[in-house]
Design a protein around this ligand. Structure first.
Ligand code: WTA
Length: 567
């Protein structure tokens, strides 16, 4: 039996109090995600239950029970306090998917500080922009990532501590660095958890927009109420499940469902900190007997590409329930998963800003391959006319997704950017910035984003950020960055570049520019293709028209070009 039941029944009787009651939370009580994910599960009699099974790049393993989770998060929290870190201070997590990332996240929340997870492959520029915006006080990292921080440390007077979790004792520490080895630290048994409340800030996740710098999405401890219940109902987490969320906590899926949703439900979670290969993923599922698997379309398409034969080499009979997020899940991928795994991947739609799944398929619902499903009970989602921001009266019309504000895990603001936050609300709706239609049975069908942000393998990349990085290269005069279609990643970054006098296009220059962006920003933001051009299409006022370049890449009609620059 799934936890869900009939969709109509769930919608009719829905109240977020269902979640609050299960969590034993009453309005006005203190609520701390760190406590709910660790101490509370122990108090429920599951102290010795495996919480986290971690496998590293060489197949090495580490295991933590819920009691270990409680003790290690206490220990990290207490160390942070000893450094003078207080509630609401921002503490960045800048690590690969090692246990300290997950345990550190919980430790930060336990002291009431704000966790700022950042993808460990970020280069110094991506890192600096986000640390500067948040005025981050401490960063927890690995020695292999420390050089990127050292490179920018002089520009960051607000950053007081760089905590290295795997420091070689023989090597000297540098400015502001401190070593903290979790395995060796004496475990802290009793700990004063900071009394956070529903509206106390918890997590700051950075997400990219078309213009301007990345935005820091501020979440609060009340987000647990949505994350706990959506994880339970949509991911259908049962007490005996072995759950695997493939997302990195540098992105919201890896925290909302890779930490909070899973641990607050008291399930056993496995984590694979190794690169992707179909063989390795299937081996991992077989070895740990994964029963619930939450992944992303790009990974599923990569598995499809690896073929059906490799699936047959492994015993994947433990798999009970599969779900996906981050990009459009094409119907072929759903049908393929049904064929090879015996179950479909259920598509779920949400955003960093929404904090939890908002439009989704459910275990007991009829699945229409290619559709994102329906609004989660308690979430009023619709599609509005892009002109009037009124919901369409008939079904089947394409417009903007719109959601009634007010669910517990909705972002509370963009950090230091209230103005951009306010612009996300129109006519009483929150507008996520995606286009969709709704069919006559209430199912949502994703059409595309309503902006120029590139969604590569489920990761949002801002064309503005890539263009800014390109302009810093000595050979680049102008640039325009757009998405280019790709079978596996759905979209990849493509850059059009005009060169400064004295530079000529060549394969070497091409590679050099790609590497330049990879180092500054990240491998995701690196253009997969650079096209050197003489001129870029511009409006009469000189603004580069990405729209024209985008249409060319996708073989679409170019549309109105009346504002194009005249020769
Ligand atoms: C896109 C990831 C199609 C969408 C949790 C959204 C999707 C953005 C889906 C948020 C889906 C997410 N089908 N597109 N099921 N899920 N998206 O903030 O454009 O990294 O606005 O959050 O990804 O990406 P974010």
């Amino acid at each position: 039996m799934s936890h869900f039941g009939s969709y109509d029944e769930r919608v009719k009787n829905f109240d977020w109090k269902i979640s609050e009651n299960e969590l034993g939370y009453k309005e006005g009580d203190p609520i701390n995600i760190g406590w709910y994910c660790t101490d509370r599960i122990c108090e429920m009699g599951k102290a010795d239950k495996p919480a986290l099974i971690w496998e590293g790049p060489t197949g090495n393993e580490k295991r933590y029970t819920y009691n270990d989770l409680r003790l290690t998060s206490n220990t990290i929290g207490s160390f942070l306090r000893s450094l003078g870190i207080k509630n609401e201070d921002r503490v960045c997590l800048f690590m690969d998917k090692i246990p300290e990332l997950y345990l550190g996240f919980l430790g930060i929340l336990k002291i009431g500080a704000i966790a700022q997870p950042l993808f460990s492959a970020f280069g110094d520029e991506s890192l600096f922009i986000r640390l500067e915006n948040a005025q981050t006080k401490a960063i927890i990292t690995q020695k292999k990532h420390a050089p990127k921080i050292r490179k920018i440390i002089d520009k960051m007077p607000w950053l007081e501590h760089i905590i290295i979790v795997d420091q070689d004792p023989a090597k000297p520490l540098q400015e502001r660095e401190v070593s903290f080895n979790l395995d060796e630290a004496p475990k802290v048994e009793t700990f004063d958890i900071f009394p956070t409340y529903a509206e106390s800030p918890s997590v700051l996740h950075y997400t990219s927009g078309t213009t301007g710098q990345p935005k820091g999405v501020k979440h609060v401890h009340a987000s647990l109420i949505s994350q706990y219940l959506t994880a339970k109902w949509v991911l259908d987490l049962h007490d005996d499940d072995i759950y695997w969320c493939t997302a990195d906590p540098g992105w919201v899926t890896g925290t909302s469902y890779g930490i909070i949703g899973a641990f607050s439900n008291g399930v056993t979670q496995c984590i694979l900190d190794a690169g992707f290969s179909a063989d390795n993923w299937y081996r991992f599922i077989e070895k740990h007997k994964v029963s619930v698997w939450y992944s992303a379309p790009t990974a599923i398409r990569s598995l499809m590409k690896a073929g059906d034969d490799v699936v047959k080499r492994y015993n994947l009979s433990s798999l009970r329930h599969l779900a996906s997020v981050g990009e459009p899940l094409n119907s072929e991928a759903v049908i393929w998963s049904e064929k090879v795994f015996g179950k479909p991947f259920l598509d779920t739609y949400w955003q960093t800003e929404t904090g939890c799944m908002v439009i989704t398929n459910f275990p007991d619902m009829k699945i229409k391959p290619g559709s994102m499903g329906k609004g989660f009970p308690g979430i009023i989602a619709t599609v509005v006319d892009p002109e009037t921001y009124e919901p369409f009266e008939e079904s089947g019309k394409m417009g903007l997704i719109a959601i009634k504000p007010g669910w517990p895990s909705m972002m509370r603001t963009y950090w230091n950017n209230e103005e951009t936050y306010q612009k996300k609300f129109v006519n009483g709706w929150y507008i996520p910035g995606d286009r969709s239609s709704i069919d006559n049975e209430g199912y949502f069908w994703f059409v595309g984003r309503d902006d120029d942000v590139i969604n590569t393998g489920g990761h949002l990349v801002s064309p503005f950020e890539v263009e800014s990085a390109l302009l810093e290269h000595e050979a680049v005069a102008e640039s325009a960055v757009v998405a280019k279609p790709d079978f596996v990643n759905m979209e990849v970054v493509k850059a059009f570049v005009t060169l400064k006098p004295g530079f000529t296009a060549s394969k070497e220059l091409d590679l050099q520019i790609m590497n330049f962006v990879r180092k500054k920003l990240s491998p995701l933001a690196m253009p997969q293709e650079i096209e050197f051009v003489e001129t870029l299409p511009k409006t009469r006022s000189g603004k580069i028209m990405r729209r024209i370049l985008h249409a060319k890449e996708w073989g679409e009609e170019i549309g109105d070009t009346s504002t194009l620059e005249e020769d």
